[in-house]
Design a binder for this molecule. Structure first.
Ligand code: FAD
Length: 338
């Protein structure tokens, strides 16, 4: 375990913004994590757990220690006629877990191919894509409570998953470190192709009865063509959540937005497409200094090179205010602001 002082975080966040941490260390086991928490040199410093840095925005230097979860390993820990339980270390790349499942013919997470970041952050915001969320296959996770170093098992109920939400993003924030995640995958998968653009991509490829490998390949192709690669253009994917509003609010917007996109949600509510509202408010492709809104994906804020985290944050505030003023809808940031 090496502790680096005054560590550079610019390559550890996909926005690529400049930031430094008072201290930085990686851990590969629960014992190493406990040792870092108890380390005399790190006492009194705030702690930030980091995975791939693909869902954080550093608005300033971090006046504490960044602990990077490097716990590895993917293994099958249980099996029935129908399912396998696969457990992955929180430091594994999420996409590697997806590829592992697809290679073994175990279904359930193929629609979430190519989501950046590490396994441990998956439950944090209940990651989701192309009609599937982590909670759909979630079995349990193991987490270490920072206050006393004890290990705790959380099932789906304890995780309180919601749309891009969980116990760990709300009440449990900064109290637990997720060490491993176990998923219940099906041995007899049925492709889930309800999502429009996924179906079109498979049609384009002439695939009528897709395997989970076909679905994964199609998702990879769509994502690669649609989303900016953070290595080329700093970003953290969707910056805002899609807002859930009462159905009456959506109806009220139709006269000014006749092509308003809505998705089903809880009774009496619909989910709006935040990207559409941002685009209709005139922000798509806009730039404020080196911070900008992606030219094709209004939901994605980008760093054109040299933007500070504060500039990107300020741009997001202007977008929030503008959407509220034009449409009366409150947007909420999905990215974790540090
Ligand atoms: C191009 C692009 C596309 C994306 N597409 C999607 C998408 O389709 N769907 C989606 O849901 N997300 C998407 N994201 C967002 C992001 O990839 C996910 O939220 C991912 O799960 C973040 O993983 P990470 O390891 O990078 O987390 P980080 O950014 O390192 O951390 C995110 C948060 O989780 C906390 N955290 C991280 N690891 C742990 C742990 N082990 N224990 C406790 N807390 C922890 C951190 O403190 C932080 O608050 C996208 C991002 C990019 C850049």
């Amino acid at each position: 375990m090496t502790i680096t002082r005054n560590a550079d975080l610019s390559t550890l966040n996909t926005f690529g913004v400049a930031a430094r941490a008072t201290a930085f260390a990686r851990f590969t086991s629960a014992d190493e994590l406990r040792a870092l928490i108890a380390h005399p040199d790190l006492q009194g410093l705030p702690r930030l757990i980091l995975g791939g840095g693909s869902n954080v925005l550093f608005t300033r230097d971090w006046p504490g220690v960044v602990l990077l979860n490097d716990m590895r390993g993917i293994e099958r820990i249980g099996e029935t006629e129908e399912h396998v339980i696969v457990r992955a270390g929180a430091g594994e790349r999420w996409h590697d877990l997806v590829l592992f499942a697809v290679e073994h013919g175990w279904g359930g997470i193929e629609n979430m191919s190519l989501i950046p970041g590490r396994v441990g952050a998956g439950p944090m915001q209940n990651i989701g894509a192309y009609g599937v969320e982590l909670k759909d296959t979630f079995d349990h996770l193991e987490a270490l409570r920072i206050a006393d170093g004890t290990l705790h098992r959380f099932d789906a109920t304890a995780c309180r998953f919601g749309y891009r939400e969980s116990f760990f993003k709300r009440e449990g924030r900064d109290q637990y470190v997720i060490l491993s995640v176990a998923l219940r995958l099906t041995k007899h998968p049925k492709a889930n192709v309800g999502y429009g653009s996924l179906k079109s991509e498979l049609d384009k490829r002439g695939i009528t009865i897709p395997t989970i490998k076909d679905v994964s390949d199609a998702v990879i192709a769509i994502r690669s063509s649609k989303l900016p690669d953070p290595k080329a253009l700093g970003n953290a994917g969707s910056f805002f959540k899609n807002p859930v509003v009462p159905t009456a609010v959506a109806e009220g917007l139709k006269p000014i937005l006749p092509d308003l996109v809505t998705f089903p949600s809880d009774a009496g509510h619909v989910k709006l497409a935040a990207g559409q509202l941002i685009e209709k408010a005139g922000w798509k492709g806009q730039r404020v200094g080196a911070a900008g809104v992606h030219k094709d994906q209004a939901l994605v804020l980008v760093n054109h090179g040299g933007a500070t985290g504060q500039e990107i944050f300020d741009l997001s505030t202007r977008i929030l205010e503008s959407v509220k003023e034009k449409f009366g809808v409150d947007l909420e940031r999905e990215v974790n602001i540090i």
